[in-house]
Design a protein around this ligand. Structure first.
Ligand SMILES: *Cc1c(COP(=O)(O)O)cnc(C)c1O
Length: 406
């Protein structure tokens, strides 16, 4: 099945939808049983997925924390899209990341974490994991097969995120997976940027693919949700540990995200085309030193992007030629269509003055002061967005010239 078709059909089995198009929204804490035998059967089915031998979705329902038929429809959909043996849903992407790491790490273990990782993931490593006695080593996102030099006897997990947060380096996933497999190390990746529409990590041998579904999967800036999808080797451990941690999510949010998934393909293509126009315009602007966009040849790891991904999206960063805090404020305070916000993946355009996160990197800290901006290009007309940025850059320029003259 082609991927656009899969987005439409995934998780829409009749056992979830009944006679409607969409799965039923089933809100429940308590699942009730008529017989001891039914209750025992449900308790035995810990796979959080519909048992295909049964015609009723209730055969897989047990207690609200394990989810209702709405949850099962979502999990099934994610398994189809990611090609996974199982998928587990969390209240946000950060919970999906932390629960995945906790599922595979114990005191005394060593974790190899990509240095360009999303900042809250790094904070979890430096906070909770350090407190638990997990040793964390950070590796250069461009390391490739050289990661073999960093693997220790106690290395249990290699964590990837590609492209890197804010700076967009694309990792050589197959080379890192080869090293991990040779050393029996579990690999997990934050796949939020690509979504399963543009990259399927499990097809490349990664064990666990993690998403902030808050971003493109939902796509409308009104839900927090996370999901992790695992291959058959990793699934039982991910599932049982996540359940022990009490991870579960609201069925309203799950339903809404499932609705978002139906239009993921058309949204991704439109975000990609719109962002490419804006990024190309910015790349030619005198006040812009660099555009960091995976589809641009100048992006570190662009060759891996071309080889492994089937498309880009609305997200990229730029490095301004010159800036100071006042000039940045002059540019960003008065934009019409771009708002400042920490998220992305919704229908609307956002711009973010990047703080100190890239400067905190262990291997190759970025020292750019305030010159790095991250943009998310929404579904507005690109002409309007370019006009907005053009006026903003003029204000930036004016403020910089003013500062030079005094
Ligand atoms: C937003 C984001 C997260 C965290 O997701 P939440 O749903 O906000 O907790 C994790 N990784 C990446 C790459 C993100 O962009």
């Amino acid at each position: 099945m082609k991927k656009d078709t899969a987005l439409i059909t995934a998780g829409r089995d009749k056992k979830y939808t009944g006679s409607a198009v969409n799965p039923k929204l089933s809100r429940a804490s308590t699942i009730v049983f008529d017989t001891v035998a039914e209750m025992a059967q449900a308790g035995f089915n810990k796979n959080y997925q519909f048992d295909s031998s049964s015609q009723s979705s209730q055969a897989a329902e047990y207690y609200g924390r394990r989810g209702t038929s709405t949850t099962l429809a979502f999990n099934d959909a994610m398994c189809e899209l990611e090609g996974s043996a199982g998928s587990y849903v969390y209240p946000c992407g950060t919970a999906a990341i932390t629960a995945s790491l906790l599922s595979f790490l114990s005191a005394g273990d060593h974790l190899l974490m990509v240095d360009s990782v999303y900042e809250p993931t790094r904070e979890f490593c430096q906070g909770t994991l350090a407190r638990m006695g997990v040793e964390v080593g950070y590796y250069d996102p461009m390391i490739g097969s050289q990661i073999s030099d960093l693997v220790q006897a106690n290395t249990k997990v290699i964590f990837l995120e590609s492209p890197g947060s804010l700076t967009m380096e694309i990792q050589d996933v197959p080379s890192i997976v080869d090293v991990a497999k040779a050393n029996s190390v579990v690999t997990m990746i934050d796949n939020t940027y690509a979504s399963p529409f543009n990259f399927r990590p499990l097809d490349f041998g990664v064990d666990v693919s993690i998403h902030s579904a808050t971003k493109y999967l939902n796509g409308h800036s009104d839900v927090m949700l996370g999901v992790a999808s695992a291959n058959a080797n990793a699934w039982p451990q991910l599932r049982d540990n996540s359940y022990e941690l009490g991870q579960c999510a609201s069925v309203d949010d799950i339903y809404t995200t499932l609705r978002g998934i139906r239009t993921l393909g058309v949204r991704m293509r439109e975000h990609q085309a719109n962002a490419f126009k804006v990024a190309t315009w910015l790349d030619q602007h005198d006040l812009v030193e660099r555009v960091l966009h995976p589809a641009f040849e100048s992006c570190p790891g662009h060759e891996f992007f071309k080889r492994d991904f089937s498309g880009a999206n609305g997200l990229f960063s730029i490095v301004l030629a010159d800036a100071n805090r006042k000039a940045i404020a002059a540019m960003l305070d008065n934009l019409t269509h771009f708002k400042m916000g920490f998220s992305w993946g919704g229908f609307e355009s956002l711009i973010l003055p990047v703080g100190s996160a890239p400067a905190k990197r262990a291997q190759a800290p970025w020292k750019l002061d305030s010159r790095l901006l991250r943009l998310h290009i929404g579904l507005e007309d690109s002409d309007d967005l370019i006009q907005d940025l053009s006026a903003g850059l003029e204000r930036l320029d004016k403020e910089l010239k003013h500062a030079r003259n005094i």
